[in-house]
Design a protein around this ligand. Structure first.
Ligand code: C5P
Length: 399
């Protein structure tokens, strides 16, 4: 997520340096914008060093007269911390007299405000009325906390902690409904290929990554069809669940439900081989050695690659070596738009784990590594990239 951090002129400005670091740690890109007053408390250099980006300050000292517009368009979320009484008033009334306030008017994404000021200023009806206006506009606020204030008084007015602000930002991100136009078909879990009426071949997939994708897509407004192999997970809310067992059942359900899908994500660990003629009776134990002759299962992803039309197709690649090369080979050979690759066989990521560490390779030639994070967070990032990819493909096709 690309976040603009607006820093207002308050004593708590130093805490927003900590917030910048926390947001970077969570994998977000941060663009700091400082008001003139805030530079009395903290130097732009602090944020430049922390974020690795030039800090934006003065409306008239920047390279282009319309930079506030492009910065607004290139970012996904605006957080203002600390939001002083003066800033709240300007934002509430649309006064645009510096870079931050001008940028605010040009920005269409979610806004999070973290007020900090003296308790009397906070309680003043003018400030409270401004806050009400901003909340009615749909902006999220966090804090202020109660406690000892720099002015020597105690009461409400302290900037919320960087952790709380960061949590509120994650909530604002989750509240996004950018997938409302999409129907997402997700496959998840392992498949089971019977050897006889009681035995089967399967794999260690838990289904967690696919379920996280289904949950996130539903939360962001998509219609979600989840085709799942046998797993031990609760049905995600707001998702149409179709349970299957074998690769061939999964194949049939995928193509039965492909019609309305606009995005297809194949996160299931589908068996590659099965026994085509399953004995009707349980195979008896004998002293003799048995061998299994297995046939390949239908390659659902490859068939989807041929039939996908305008749909975005995302494959998964679980590899034990040469991760990126394998992912790119799969992307090409199966005509995918993106492949999510992860190394399996390591201790704490991949199969069965709550966490994952992945690399996305895209049709537009990008290779994006995502460091270890909960599967839900990884799922969110995958959808962020899918939506960017959709824009890039449309732009390239001139549609
Ligand atoms: O080639 P490989 O099986 O490693 O590719 C993995 C990807 O292919 C996953 O996205 C998986 O869901 C899909 N797959 C499939 N049908 C199969 C086997 C794998 O769709 N029979």
């Amino acid at each position: 997520m690309r976040i603009i951090l607006g820093v207002g002129g308050g004593i708590a400005a130093y805490k927003s340096a900590e917030l910048a670091r926390l947001l970077m740690d969570r994998g977000h890109a941060v663009q700091a914008v400082m008001t003139t007053a805030s530079q009395e408390f903290l130097r732009p250099l602090t944020f430049a060093a922390l974020t690795g980006r030039k800090v934006l300050t003065d409306l008239f000292a920047i390279e282009s007269a319309i930079e506030h517009i492009s910065v607004a368009q290139e970012h996904d979320l605006l957080v203002v911390a600390p939001a002083t009484a003066d800033l709240l008033a300007k934002l509430a009334h649309g006064i645009a007299d510096d870079f931050l306030t001008t940028l605010y008017l040009a920005f269409t994404g979610p806004v999070v405000l973290a007020p900090a000021m003296n308790v009397n200023m906070w309680q003043h009806p003018a400030t409270q009325a401004n806050l009400e206006t901003l909340e009615r506009r749909g902006h999220l606020t966090v804090g202020p906390a109660e406690g000892y204030l720099a002015c020597g008084m105690t009461g409400a007015g302290r900037l919320a902690s960087p952790e709380e602000i960061s949590e509120r930002i994650e909530l604002a991100i989750e509240n996004r409904r950018d997938l409302e136009e999409e129907t997402v078909l997700v496959t998840a879990g392992p498949t089971q290929e019977p050897l006889d009426p009681v035995r089967f071949i399967s794999n260690r997939s838990s289904g967690r990554m696919g379920y996280a994708l289904a949950e996130v897509a539903a939360a962001r407004g998509a219609r979600v069809i989840l085709i799942s192999g046998p797993v031990h997970l609760p049905q995600p809310r707001g998702v149409e669940l179709i349970a299957v067992r074998t690769a061939s059942e999964m194949h049939d359900k995928v193509f039965e439900n492909l019609g309305p899908a606009t995005i297809v994500i194949k996160s299931a660990a589908v068996a590659d081989f099965h026994l085509s003629k399953v004995p009707e009776q349980k195979v008896k134990k004998t002293a003799a050695r048995v061998s299994l002759e297995l046939d390949p299962t239908p390659d659902i992803l490859a068939e989807l690659g041929r039939k996908k039309g305008d749909r975005l197709l995302i494959g998964f690649a679980a590899e034990t070596q040469n991760l990126i090369q394998e992912a790119r080979r799969k992307l090409e050979s199966k005509n995918c738009d993106m492949v999510v690759a992860n190394l399996v066989g390591t201790a704490d990521t991949g199969f069965e784990s709550e966490q994952n560490e992945v690399v996305l390779v895209t049709r537009t030639g990008e290779t994006l590594p995502f460091s270890r994070a909960p599967k839900r967070e990884i799922a969110g990032r995958i959808f962020d990239e899918i939506m960017k990819l959709r824009l890039a493909i449309h732009a390239a096709d001139g549609r």
